[in-house]
Design a binder for this molecule. Structure first.
Ligand code: GLV
Ligand code: MN
Length: 217
């Protein structure tokens, strides 16, 4: 084999190896329905013994979630916590509903790329790359958009009617870090001085933001 073809083979193997690390680990058996109450801690959940069809079923995405909250949006997850049969399968879904003006605020999923399909309405969506480029688009019913794994993204309903979408993830448990809530409502609290310096604001302003985001507000 020439040096050039060996290099190509090596690069292909490296790429395959890297892409196999880019999502949940591959499964080693047909199924491993999560025993969500097991004290055994593994990467994922321990498998339970008696499996039924209901372990693979969830009807919670059929109806719109209530959006009468501060942000005017509601995420209904369909991950391994709701569908134990997803354990080890590397996929999950969610439904998101938006009131007119509603926002699913800037957040990231540390373990998954997200692909969305708009069911109703129109949304302004966007994500920010590590080069600080803002990639944004207005998308409407029947259209699809992708948020690459780990990048900060949001969706905003600037329309006058409700909107909704179905999201799919390449992880059984994508995880979510909502940027504002993570920084300003973490427990124990991130020190005011850290937030004031990071955002170049006063500690009084930090306190005001913290009060505004308090969970029982
Ligand atoms: C759902 O999990 C979302 O993208 O907010
Ligand atoms: Mn998301």
């Amino acid at each position: 084999m020439s040096t050039k073809s060996s290099l190509l083979v090596l690069l292909t193997l490296l790429f395959l190896f890297a892409s196999s690390l880019a999502a949940d680990p591959d499964m080693l058996q047909d199924l491993c329905v999560a025993d969500l109450n097991s004290p055994v801690k593994v990467n994922g959940f321990a498998c339970k013994a008696n499996v039924t069809e209901d372990d693979f079923f969830f009807k919670g995405l059929a109806t719109p979630g209530a959006t009468n909250n501060t942000l005017g949006s509601l995420v209904t997850g369909a991950d391994v916590g709701k569908i134990p049969g997803l354990n080890t399968l590397g996929v999950s879904m969610a439904r998101i509903d938006y009131a007119p003006g509603g926002l699913n605020p800037p957040h990231t999923h540390p373990r998954a790329t997200e692909i969305i399909f708009i069911l109703d309405g129109t949304l302004d969506v966007g994500f920010i790359t590590t080069a600080n480029k803002f990639v944004t688009k207005t998308i409407t019913a029947g259209e699809v958009f992708v948020f690459p794994r780990g990048l900060v993204h949001f969706q905003k309903n600037n329309g006058h009617v409700p909107a909704s979408l179905i999201a799919a993830f390449n992880s059984q448990l994508p995880g979510i870090l909502v940027i504002a809530a993570s920084l300003f409502t973490a427990s124990p609290a991130v020190p005011d001085a850290v937030l004031a310096q990071a955002f170049q604001i006063s500690t009084n302003e930090v306190e005001k933001i913290k009060a505004g985001l308090a969970p029982n507000k």
